[in-house]
Design a protein around this ligand. Sequence first.
Ligand code: FE2
Length: 378
Amino acid sequence: MADLSVTIQQAGDVLHLHQQGQPDLRFHAIWLRDNALDAATRDPGNGQRLITLADIPPDTRLISAAISGDQLVCAFAPEGKTTAYPINWLQTNAYDQPRADAQGRLPGHAVAWDSALTADIPAADLSDLQSNADTRRDWLTAVRRYGFAKVTGMAPQSGGLFDIVSLFGYVRETNYGRHFEVRTEVNPVNLAYTGLGLQAHTDNPYRDPVPTLQILSCLENSADGGENMVVDGFAAARRLLAEDPHGFALLAGYPARFAYTGGNGVALQSRRPVIELSPDGELVALRFNSRSAAPVTDVPFDDMPDWYTAYRRLSDIIDNPSMEVVFKLAPGEAFIVDNTRVLHARKGYSGAGNRWLQGCYADKDGLLSTLNALEAAS
Ligand code: FE2
């Protein structure tokens, strides 16, 4: 690390890591002490912090710092503690850098998409996913990137979809059960019968937190039509942002309300925005489901007309065919969506035949955990 040097500044409050040809990286003494990597601060086995802030004196400051090989060695007063940090760990965890602060920006791993993805729907065969870690990693990467992927080669029998969940995590059971049936028998006598389509939506916005993944699997699909359709909600939100920043800010800035009152003691309610952003403006989630929308009562009177204009425009964008990826599932096929981002819908169907899907929920933290572990191992 010949091209690195360090200085202590501001009476020991700040350390400057000088890098040749690059800006300094600055670290505060309190940050360095809190994030010490020694065995007395972090458990060497599980990496968990063994101290609290109460164990760190509020007047903590640096009294020495030096580069030693590929480590930075620091001493802190008043504890008299000396500890070392790998330089590449400091560079990886540096916070003294330009902020990504654009409102409505995509999360780091996400790529927005539209109907063009129809030609390149991410998909993998279940047996490959089960037996090949690289296939599993690539498929999970696609789910993280697009919030959507297909699976083929599933057993077309009741409960087959649980084999997909087992690839990365656990079923999230709800009042609808471990799984739910989406089953329609089209009346073969009345060929004019047309099954109603459903507008693209996210599921269960009345839960808090929502189920973050949904899997829909196909056991039978012999009716005409009945295609599935998905829309990238983040892409739709960003289109609204480009057209109407004020409307985007209203949908992100005020809670909407969602409710579902079923029988058997179920009365689910949530108070969450249609577009949810992180405190620094990154897209977190979209909740869009007109069937579950409750009266919005948290938008000020004067803002309500513009809130509705933005909500209507978002609805129109979601309904625009240029946004949708349409596909028909065959028996033994399934798809997964990130229910915080990707909306799904059923097209209308008609004619004789049956349509039998099974769905279930799962959670994204387990999926991302599995992906992170696979990436760390490869
Ligand atoms: Fe749904």
